[in-house]
Design a protein around this ligand. Structure first.
Ligand code: PEP
Length: 257
């Protein structure tokens, strides 16, 4: 069985500040080297300064596998797309990862599964590792359509990029009813879905499916992280609200290690 390095990603959404980055890096630099990897995804205007701060710590943080990610990218490479940010720009400003298909973008900004698939492909073309988010609504869960919704969101990307592209990707299961609500999935609910997603990918390529890290996202905090992260198919977390508190997020990174 493949061993998967746990990963904890901070999604600051439209929050955070340069000061938060300072506080966070200070705390992470004092953390003992662990097994987990950490990705910080600030709003794009902060990428430059956060990258400089991160580089300032040098090996202290790179050895701890702390890196930078973005929250979104354009599905286009270059051109007249006012307000958009390209993958090449994210790469130039030090990003290694990019969150793709977050439910807030699907729901509020009309990102379809096709667009999400295009963004996934563009991220990889630009040398970024996509963190692909999938998740069902409360209505879908209550109608027993969880697996159907997840399959649709996942297959839209697999069909476009092929299973081997998932060799360099991260998947995040983020049930919409748990995001920012304070109501997390239970460890058993998370495990059930993660195992389903892994099985689906393993059916297409055993080595890709076994190797792929699947993060859980949805009201992760220090009080529930250990139980969630201990599930066999949960390889860490994508953390929104709790990532805006440097101490809390550092605790989550320690728990994941
Ligand atoms: C998220 O938006 O990716 C998320 C998981 O948010 P929260 O942790 O606040 O539920």
């Amino acid at each position: 069985m493949a061993t998967r390095r746990p990963l904890v990603a901070a999604n600051w959404k439209m929050g955070g500040s340069q000061q938060l980055a300072q506080e966070l890096f200070e705390k992470l630099s004092r953390l003992h080297d662990g097994l987990s990897e950490v990705v910080v995804c600030p709003p794009s205007v902060y990428l430059d300064s956060v990258q400089r701060m991160l580089s300032g710590y040098g090996q202290e943080l790179t050895q701890k596998l702390v890196s930078l990610g973005a929250q979104n990218l354009s599905h286009q490479e270059f051109g007249a797309y006012t307000g958009e940010i390209s993958g090449a720009m994210l790469k130039e400003f030090g990003c290694s990862y990019v969150i793709i298909g977050h439910s807030e973008r699907r729901r509020m900004y009309g990102e379809t599964s096709d667009m999400v698939a295009e963004k996934f492909a563009m991220a990889q073309k630009m040398g970024l590792t996509p963190i692909l988010c999938v998740g069902e609504s409360l209505a879908a869960r209550e109608a027993n359509r969880t697996f159907e919704v997840l399959t649709g969101e996942l297959d839209a990307v697999v069909d476009k990029v092929g299973i081997m592209a998932f060799d360099n990707a991260v998947l995040a299961y983020e049930p919409l009813w748990a995001i920012g609500t304070g109501k997390s999935a239970t460890p058993e609910q998370a495990q059930e879905v993660h195992a389903f997603l892994r099985q689906r990918l393993t059916g297409l390529s055993p080595c890709v499916g076994e190797k792929l890290r699947i993060l859980y996202g949805g009201s992760v905090k220090s009080s529930n992280a250990a139980d969630l992260f201990n599930q066999p198919d949960v390889d860490g977390g994508l953390v929104g609200g709790a990532s805006l508190n440097a101490s809390e997020f550092t605790t989550l990174c320690r728990i994941a290690s």
